[in-house]
Design a protein around this ligand. Structure first.
Ligand code: BGC
Length: 714
């Protein structure tokens, strides 16, 4: 079997340049590069653009200022520090996950990279790759899915796209930073095999495919030790077994020691004002002088940083591209947002018929814009609307609506229809208007933010009652969800259609209109299971946030652990399979305006031992559409893997009547289990069931393959 292709030191093209620079540096200059403050405050240095980090560089060596910005969803604008910002806001990462489209992820990454580069940033704090273990997680909108293969491939592609524009990307938050509650203290406890097969596998795949120049550690502890000083994670796994050549930076205010952290593999302290001390400043200098930290470790840390940064255009401003093509970026994110929309239910009301005369749109601030998620990733395209949100650490976090109102977009798409709007505050008036309309479109919203989990999975502010009341009066009620993740839908059987639009970004309004009107045939698939109820979750009750600190810079209290061995590697759909639970909507699920037929499944193995699945897909319906056939494998009993797992998928766009033979290569590590003692990925000899499914629970065709046993590197 193939070995992982992660490069090592000398494979990195900028290695020699980085080493030459380090040779010329004083110890103070080296250590100076190993800690960096946050630079999003008004009293920042005058050369700082205003962003997550600024380092002045080392002028005498030609090392320019190092400016870093958040995050995965565009160039963030913390506290609105850049008043004239015009950055493009991507749809949320969950929306990208719902597209199941690695090419779309790459294009979105390129948008962020190009804008970041044009503004002068060297590093973009992107690459959110934590697996969604907690559907209430406040940052789920920054993460891609509950599945390691899916997250790994999409995150890797987004990172590669971003870095192709001359900006270094991080991947974050390494690892098992699965919830916001107590995130700066909680210990994510999990045994090694499930850890390797879940969260670590997602990072491993994303690093192999995206080759991010930097890894950002999580705030949390893993098995009792802070991620930023966790020698198992950083030295043994990441830099050792995976041979990761990039730089490991802490999360902002997530460093806890000097000697321990640097020897465990942390290369840089970030957001140092939020920490109790500047651990990587004078204390690190003293430790080197005393001999507690070897000079080679310092050189290694700085070489790693420079190797990454030297690939960025910040080191070669002449190579920086010209002005950004905003219209081209708008087109990319509009398409991405539409491709990420998932049609969850439809009795035929969608797409809205051409002759629809009277539509009433209710709620969701649909006259203003589309909701976005809060926190460090907040992008503020021109024309964004702020309302009251919350505050974390020293940052105000407004609730922001991105400037493309679904109401305007629907009016533009359906010029012959009379489209009224009710904000939903007056329920009776909204219900009366819905009763008189041909179709009622209710936009339901759930705001999520970094630093705070949802207390439950219900839509807030009485929206369930509003939807139920409208559905009772208007049989043709369409619910559009703008949420940070799964929500419960007590009204799901009473409405005519449900559409999950997530946080759809700068062009979210037109993207929603595209799907509602049928200009785009919905092809999104759920990247996360929607439960019937929180009772179905591995941890039905969340820890009380009042008893713990959840943000950097706050006094720490209330250490606790989360037991992730409950589900282990069986996150999301696998957990439902293991428990025999029926979710509200499963992972991988999504409807279309057309239909697909699948036949002639063949499972084979090539000369290198790779398993591939072939199937013929035909669009049997009336319009062009996208199908996402998914391959789930069940391992032989000896492998002791309790559930089937996604091992590959295809995304195929077909015109009405068109057929195509599709090949899906399976990722070998999904056919194996992690053998902790070997260590490595062990394939058990025997029979593997191979299911072609339309979602994690619906098998279309089955085959099987017999594999020999084998072991591949860790
Ligand atoms: C977040 C990181 C972010 C950093 C810098 C932290 O609070 O967890 O994701 O990159 O701040 O803004």
């Amino acid at each position: 079997m193939l070995e992982p292709s992660t490069p090592q030191d000398s494979d990195v093209p900028t290695d020699a340049q980085a080493r030459a620079l380090v040779e010329k540096m004083t110890l103070e200059e080296k250590v100076g590069l190993m800690h960096v403050p946050m630079a999003s405050f008004p009293d920042r240095p005058s050369e700082a653009i205003g962003s997550a980090a600024f380092h002045p560089g080392i002028g005498r060596l030609g090392i320019p200022a190092i400016q870093e910005s958040d995050a995965s969803l565009g160039v963030a604008n913390p506290n609105g520090i850049r008043p004239d910002d015009t950055s493009t806001a991507l749809p949320s990462s969950l929306s990208m996950g719902a597209s199941f489209d690695v090419e779309s992820a790459r294009r979105c990454g390129m948008v962020v990279g190009a804008e970041s580069c044009a503004m002068g940033f060297a590093m973009q704090l992107a690459g959110g790759s934590n697996l969604i273990r907690e559907p209430r997680g406040g940052r789920n909108f920054e993460y891609i899915s509950e599945d390691p293969l899916h997250t790994g491939l999409l995150a890797g592609s987004a990172i590669a796209g971003l870095q192709s524009q001359g900006v270094v990307s991080t991947i974050k938050h390494f690892a098992v930073n699965a919830q916001e509650t107590g995130r700066v203290m909680v210990s994510s406890d999990i045994s090694e095999r499930p850890l390797r097969e879940s969260d670590l596998l997602a990072f491993q795949l994303a690093i192999e495919h995206g080759r991010p120049g930097a890894v950002m550690t999580g705030y949390n502890r893993v098995n009792g030790e802070y991620a930023s000083q966790n020698a198992f994670l950083l030295s043994q796994v990441l830099k050792g077994q995976w041979r990761y050549p990039g730089v490991v930076v802490s999360d902002w205010g997530g460093t806890h020691s000097t000697v321990k952290a640097v020897l465990a593999g942390l290369d840089r302290q970030s957001g140092e004002q939020l920490d109790e001390e500047v651990y990587f400043g004078d204390a690190l200098l003293a430790a080197v002088r005393e001999g507690t930290v070897p000079l080679e470790r310092i050189d290694d840390a700085v070489i790693r940083l420079l190797r990454a940064l030297l690939t960025s255009r910040a080191f070669d401003p002449a190579a920086r591209p010209g002005p950004v093509d905003r219209d081209a970026h708008a087109a990319v994110v509009r398409r991405a947002a539409a491709d990420g929309i998932v049609l969850l239910a439809n009795d035929g009301v969608l797409p809205l018929a051409k002759g629809t005369k009277r539509i009433v749109v209710v709620g969701g601030h649909a006259d203003v814009g589309v909701l976005s998620g809060g926190g460090s990733t907040q992008v503020m395209p021109a024309g964004s609307t702020k309302t009251e949100g919350s505050a974390i650490a020293q940052m105000e976090l407004p609730r922001v609506y991105h400037p493309s109102a679904p109401l305007d977009a629907l009016r533009a798409a359906l010029p012959d229809a009379a489209i009224d709007f009710h904000d939903g505050d007056d329920q009776e008036a909204a219900v009366a208007a819905a009763r008189d309309a041909d179709v009622a479109v209710v936009i339901a919203e759930q705001w999520s933010t970094e630093g705070r989990d949802q207390r439950d999975l219900s839509l807030p502010d009485g929206q369930d009652d509003l939807i139920a009341a409208i559905a009772a009066a208007a049989p043709r009620t369409v619910v559009v969800l703008e949420t940070g993740g799964p929500v419960l839908m007590p009204w799901s059987r009473d409405v005519a259609a449900v559409v999950a639009a997530w946080y759809p970004g700068s062009e979210g309004g037109p993207a929603i209109a595209d799907v509602l009107t049928g200009a785009v045939c919905p092809g999104g698939r759920l990247p996360v299971t929607f439960p019937q109820d929180t009772d179905q979750l591995p941890r039905p009750v969340l820890h009380d946030p009042a008893g713990t600190a959840s943000n950097p810079g706050e006094p720490r209290h209330g250490y606790f652990s989360e037991d992730y061995d409950i589900e282990g590697a069986d996150i999301g759909y696998r957990w439902y399979e293991r428990q025999g639970h029926t979710p509200l909507f499963p992972f991988g699920f999504g409807l279309s305006y057309t239909t697909f037929d699948h036949r002639d499944l063949e499972v084979s193995q090539d000369g290198q031992g790779r398993v591939r699945v072939e199937v013929t897909v035909t669009n049997t319906g009336p319009v062009t559409g996208t199908d996402t056939p998914q391959v789930y494998v069940t391992l032989p009993v000896a492998a002791d893997a309790r559930c089937s797992r996604l091992a590959g998928w295809a995304r195929v766009r077909l015109d009405a009547g068109e057929s195509r033979r599709v090949t899906i290569e399976l990722e070998p590590r999904l056919l194996a289990v992690y053998d902790v003692l070997a260590p490595g990925w062990r394939t058990y000899p025997g029979d593997y069931r191979v299911d072609l499914r339309s979602d994690a629970r619906t098998t279309l065709l089955s085959g099987n393959i017999t594999l020999d046993g084998g072991l591949r590197g860790p």
